[in-house]
Design a protein around this ligand. Structure first.
Ligand code: CTP
Ligand code: MG
Length: 160
């Protein structure tokens, strides 16, 4: 049962990923790829990955996630920081892959959309295998629920 704490431990990554979407409400954002294209004629990352999203996501993931980890005794400030940053870096790699396989910004990539940030966070702050498995199984479900909610609230443009 102790494995269920893995989901709470992963809070910084979830918050970081969700908070990045709030950057679309900013008056001006700057794409991380600088609007540049790859040799395949497609954007390196696309307009969906911005410096503001990276900064806002990492900051809120840390500021909200750290007290949660501390309260449950699940980690230190470095866990909160690495999980937040790792999640957003994984999400950026996910967009790079999506562009390379010809998907436009916002087009759905099943599993990749739901798990890119998980692998990014795992890479920077590896959990126990049993925790990793539970997070990998539950995240697509939580991700779906969160994104449909964000879509209905008008925070996200697509329900994925
Ligand atoms: N976002 C951002 N910067 C980031 C991550 C996300 O500005 N580093 C914002 C963008 O407004 C983005 C929204 O959060 O449109 C939703 O994120 P996501 O679903 O990951 O991006 P998509 O627009 O679907 O683009 P992609 O196809 O590249 O995943
Ligand atoms: Mg998307």
């Amino acid at each position: 049962m102790n494995e269920l704490f893995s989901i709470i431990w992963f809070t910084p990554a979830y918050v970081a990923n969700a908070a990045a979407t709030l950057s679309k409400f900013l008056p001006k954002t700057h794409p991380i790829d600088g609007g540049k294209y790859c040799l395949d004629g497609r954007r390196i990352l696309g307009n969906g990955k911005t410096w503001e999203g990276l900064l806002l996501g990492t900051t809120l993931g840390f500021v909200i996630g750290y007290p949660v980890l501390a309260f449950f005794g699940l980690g230190s400030w470095s866990d909160a920081f690495l999980l937040s940053l790792g999640a957003l870096l994984g999400d950026i790699v996910g967009s790079f892959v999506k562009r390379r396989i010809g998907l436009e910004r916002g087009e759905e990539a099943p599993l990749l959309d739901q798990l890119d940030f998980v692998f990014g966070a795992f890479l920077l702050d590896p959990p126990l295998p049993s925790w990793a498995i539970l997070i990998l199984v539950l995240t697509p479900i939580l991700h779906r629920l969160a994104n449909v909610t964000a879509y209905l609230l008008g925070v996200k443009d697509e329900p994925w």
